[in-house]
Design a protein around this ligand. Structure first.
Ligand code: BG6
Length: 477
């Protein structure tokens, strides 16, 4: 029997990174401080990520992993050459807002910042690698947080629109794939990470989060509008931290609970892709006494400027139960989930569920009927180099191989997928923990959690595996 080719010709194979987790050079060439530059490692990181910030300056005696990260800012040529060697067709990366507008509210953009990304895109295009660009990946210029309250302020909509428009005008000949906000639903879970929110004592957090969400959704729609006008041949998408929620049992209470948990996330994409607040969201807002201040044209803006594709990350599925006993088990660190007895977990407690990837892809495609783009997937794991420096990361190969098999099944089932960029093709700083030892890469970076190491790059076993996957277009998975 002839083997069916699931991945179409031109499928965008590659990897995904984010400015703040890779670039370092946190004050180089006029860049301003961003929210992530205030996140140290350890428990303090969690407190700040939840919205409890005490200082708008980095503190003495704390270690801030974003400040140097993996020094991609100075080493991008070497790294891109390695991506090209693996045969990458695409690299997803983000632009650091504060490199372009160091204070967020500057009258003019910072030319040195713009130039850096020009050089970066040119380097990618030299190898035929398509840049896939996230406009905001977990960073807000600190000045906007300090002086405006970040996304709680309507002003941010205008600042973001100006920032996005600057990017479309400047890079319209180089960039054909854009995304507005990385994992926009993260705002509800890690409000400082997702939206730069810092809470005041006693304030209604839900109120603040949903108002900020509204501002991001309007800003996202305005960016879509500007992109379509300035760069009509480009595609612009949203980006969801996905992963279906399973009911622990067939008790309808559990099933309903799972549906509602998924809606916390779909809320964002329903608006970005279908163009309006869904009924369940209106009810939720009313039931929680949330008042969303809207301007007269907001509904029209949302309605007329929906996204071209659905970008999403998938690491794990989630499980939920309404039984208090079962609820005592937990799994993962960002999304609330209980343990799924059928599945294994990573060293960081994230459920490993390849079939859930297929289920999630189908679920998203059924709901939105727009092309999907898998812009993150991968296994965060500890890699210990052998004497000779070799890293035999069979656990990673196994994870990725199984996930890609399921993705190919989803494609066979009719799901349209533009591409697949695995997370962290080169080891980088973990977003949730700030660690270096939570590694995702095909390329090892010599650096530890405390910032020691030569920053030297080397190929892991998975490097050759992924190279083969790309060169055969996934035929031998
Ligand atoms: C997603 C983010 O949440 O997952 C990335 O978009 C992040 O920025 C990735 O790095 C993996 O999470 P972590 O915490 O392992 O880095």
């Amino acid at each position: 029997e002839e083997k069916k080719m699931a991945f179409q010709k031109g499928f965008l194979w590659g990897g995904a990174i984010a400015a703040n987790q890779a670039e370092g050079a946190y004050l180089a060439d006029g860049k301003g401080l961003t929210t992530v530059d205030l996140l140290p490692t350890g428990q303090k990181r969690w407190d700040i990520m939840m919205g409890n910030l005490s200082s708008y300056e980095p503190l003495e005696g704390e270690f801030y992993p974003s400040h140097e990260a993996i020094d991609f800012y100075n080493r991008y040529k070497e790294d891109i050459a390695l991506f090209a060697e693996m045969g990458f067709k695409a690299l997803r990366l983000s632009i650091s807002w504060a490199r372009i507008f160091p204070n967020g509210d500057d009258a003019e953009p910072n030319e040195a910042g713009l130039k850096f990304y020009d050089n970066l895109f040119d380097e990618l295009l030299k190898y035929g690698i398509e840049p896939v660009v996230t406009i905001a990946h977990f960073d807000v210029p600190v000045n906007l947080v300090k002086n405006y309250g970040s996304w709680r302020s309507r002003k941010l909509v205008g600042f973001f629109e100006k920032y996005a428009t600057t990017l479309f005008n400047r890079y319209k000949d180089k960039v054909k794939y854009w995304m507005t906000f990385n994992e926009i639903n993260m705002l509800l879970h890690l409000p400082f990470v997702g939206a730069g929110l810092v809470f005041e004592e006693g304030e209604d957090k839900k109120q603040v989060k949903y108002q900020a969400a509204h501002h991001q959704l309007v800003a996202s729609a305005l960016a879509v509008k500007a992109c379509h006008e300035i760069s009509p041949d480009a595609k612009i998408g949203c980006m969801l931290a996905a992963g279906q929620t399973y009911p622990y049992s067939c008790n309808p209470d559990d099933v309903l609970d799972a549906m509602e948990k998924d809606r916390d996330s779909f809320f964002f994409i329903d608006i970005q892709s279908r163009g309006k607040y869904p009924g369940y969201a209106k009810k939720f807002i009313k039931d929680h006494n949330i008042t969303i201040e809207m301007e007269a044209t907001d509904e029209e803006i949302l309605q007329n400027n929906t996204v071209d594709y659905i970008g999403f990350s998938y690491y794990a599925s989630r499980t939920t139960s309404t039984d208090p006993e079962i609820n005592k088990t937990t799994s993962g660190n960002v999304f609330g989930s209980i343990e799924n007895p059928f599945l294994e977990k990573s060293e960081w407690g994230w459920t490993i569920d390849p079939k859930g990837f297929r289920i999630t892809a189908n679920q998203l495609y059924d709901r939105y009927q727009k092309p999907l783009f898998v812009v993150e997937n991968g296994l965060g794991a500890i890699d210990i180099p052998e004497e000779d420096g070799a890293v035999t990361d069979d656990h990673r190969i196994d994870y990725l191989n199984k996930h890609l098999q399921e993705l190919s099944q989803a494609i066979d089932e009719g799901v349209e997928v533009l591409g697949y960029t695995s997370w962290g093709p080169i080891d980088l700083v973990s977003a949730s923990t700030g660690e270096m030892k939570k590694r995702y890469g095909y390329i090892y970076v010599d650096k530890d959690n405390e910032g020691n190491g030569s920053l030297e790059r080397s190929r892991k076993k998975s490097f050759d595996w992924y190279k083969e996957v790309i060169s055969t277009n996934g035929e031998n998975l």
